[in-house]
Design a protein around this ligand. Structure first.
Ligand SMILES: [Zn+2]
Length: 456
């Protein structure tokens, strides 16, 4: 029986790599089998079947697994090895709807190899990536028989639907999910192809506001100048929410924003910055920011964005009316330690303080999450990723986007790290989703290195 006195040796790590390299075809076949099973959480198609297939695959790989119910689709939980250190891998087996089907070159659930990539819904997001963890573990079991650390898997079936039951599941299963580190591989590598590490995510809050100023639209001449215009009223509210420098002016909004640490600043300063290239990628004329400001705004600052705006007549030609109704949709990306429900109340107070007649509705939210990049365990993962790829990873305090990472850091109070494995052009959520086979095999080798490093 292996224990902490018997960490994975250098030769065993090398043997695991050899094993991975000799099993490429077999491992790819497992990915094809998993991708061929639809698991569209948005409409429940194939999700339960996929959970059972995953369970079967895990058992075949030597990982003891079971499905556990949530109030939605089940999670697949797996466990292997024993030792003082516990590593929890998080992933999701559900996928986005594949539509529009006519834009797929090969059908979404018939995994197909083309030009060094595997095409199919879920290849990159997230079946291929979660398999890297399962298969690296399998390789160690083959060459070593056991693992000197405890490895747990929590594979969710509702991530693409906003993980509505994961937080509840985690609160009710704290002991089962207890770990020294949570490790997630989701999303793409850096645009440059360099490996990436994120120590957190921004949170999110979506809301909608609507205003009605008259029973119906009015003639802009016959009644012009004497009654309010819903579009103007709404625009006044919106423009009061930010200043000329784009800073949010809602009282209290920025109060809980955690100031960057010296380590955060160091990470940001180490980032490559090519504003012309970034502008091209974003489809904008130019990026009018300095390097530090750019990454600071992208990871450690909250945003407030208008994502939908409607009022009045939108058809061809003109219609001389005073609109009676106007509405706007907004989303905020939030950072530690902002609390989404509290921020919603602040926004609502501000909006209704400007105009009590505006209806403000909350549409969904997710907490931000941060892990201290200076933790020893984080340094070791960074080291492992660099050793496995031969490249210095792009490391940022947080991703700009959102993942249910707060479940690990806020509810379970354990560190969590995000190390994406997919190619930058994986086209997840779009037609022709794919995972480059090089990225798949590199992901396997990164996981093998991380396990090796953390076993010592
Ligand atoms: Zn996704």
């Amino acid at each position: 029986m292996a224990d902490k006195k018997n960490p994975i040796g250098r030769e065993e790590y090398q043997a695991a790599l050899e094993h991975i390299r000799s099993k490429k075809e077999e491992y790819l076949d497992i990915m094809k089998r998993l991708v061929a099973q639809p698991s569209i959480s948005a409409r429940g198609e194939g999700v339960e079947e996929c959970a059972h297939l995953l369970l079967e695959i895990m058992e075949d790989l030597g990982i003891s697994a079971r499905t556990l119910p949530t109030r939605g689709f089940p999670v697949v939980y797996g466990e292997v090895g024993s030792g003082d250190f516990t590593l929890l891998f998080y992933g999701h087996y559900d996928v986005q709807p594949p539509e529009p089907l006519e834009e797929w070159i090969s059908p979404p659930f018939e995994p197909t190899e083309r030009d060094g990539r595997l095409y199919g819904r879920g290849t990159g997001d997230n079946k291929g990536q979660l398999l890297c963890h399962l298969l690296a573990v399998h390789s160690y079991l083959q060459v070593r028989g056991d693992l000197p650390l405890k490895i747990k898997f929590i594979l969710e079936g509702e991530e693409e639907s906003g993980s509505p039951h994961l937080a509840e599941f985690a609160s009710e299963n704290q002991e089962l999910l207890a770990a020294d580190l949570v490790y997630t591989s989701d999303g793409p590598l850096h645009e440059s192809g360099a490996p990436a590490i994120y120590y957190g995510v921004r949170g999110m809050l979506a809301l909608e506001m609507s205003l009605q100023t008259a029973a119906g639209d009015n003639h802009s001449g016959n009644k012009g100048g004497v009654i309010p215009n819903a579009a103007w009223e709404l625009v006044k509210i919106l423009s009061s929410m930010k200043d000329e420098q784009d800073r949010v002016r809602v009282k209290g909004f920025n109060d809980q924003v955690r100031p960057p640490t010296a380590k955060d600043q160091e990470l940001i300063r180490n980032m490559d910055f090519e504003p012309e290239q970034i502008a091209r990628n974003f489809g904008v004329e130019k990026i009018d920011l300095e390097q530090e400001d750019f990454y600071w705004r992208l990871t450690l600052q909250p945003t407030m964005s208008i994502n939908g705006l409607s009022s009045g007549y939108q058809g061809q030609g003109t219609k001389t009316i005073i609109p009676a109704r106007a509405s706007a949709k907004m989303d905020c990306r939030l950072v530690a330690d902002q609390d989404p429900p509290e921020i919603f109340e602040l926004l609502k107070q501000h909006i209704q303080g400007m105009h009590p007649g505006v209806q403000v509705t909350r549409q969904g939210y997710m907490y931000p999450s941060r892990t201290d990049p200076g933790l020893e365990v984080c340094e070791r993962v960074l080291q492992a990723v660099q050793e496995a790829t031969g490249e210095k990873p792009v490391a940022l305090p947080a991703t700009g986007g959102s993942l249910p990472d707060y479940v690990w850091t806020r509810i379970l109070k354990q560190p969590s790290i995000i190390v994406p494995y997919a190619n930058a052009d994986e086209d997840n959520h779009a037609p022709n989703e794919n995972l480059s086979l090089d990225c798949f095999y590199q992901g396997l080798e990164i996981t093998a290195r991380v396990i090796y490093e953390l076993s010592r």
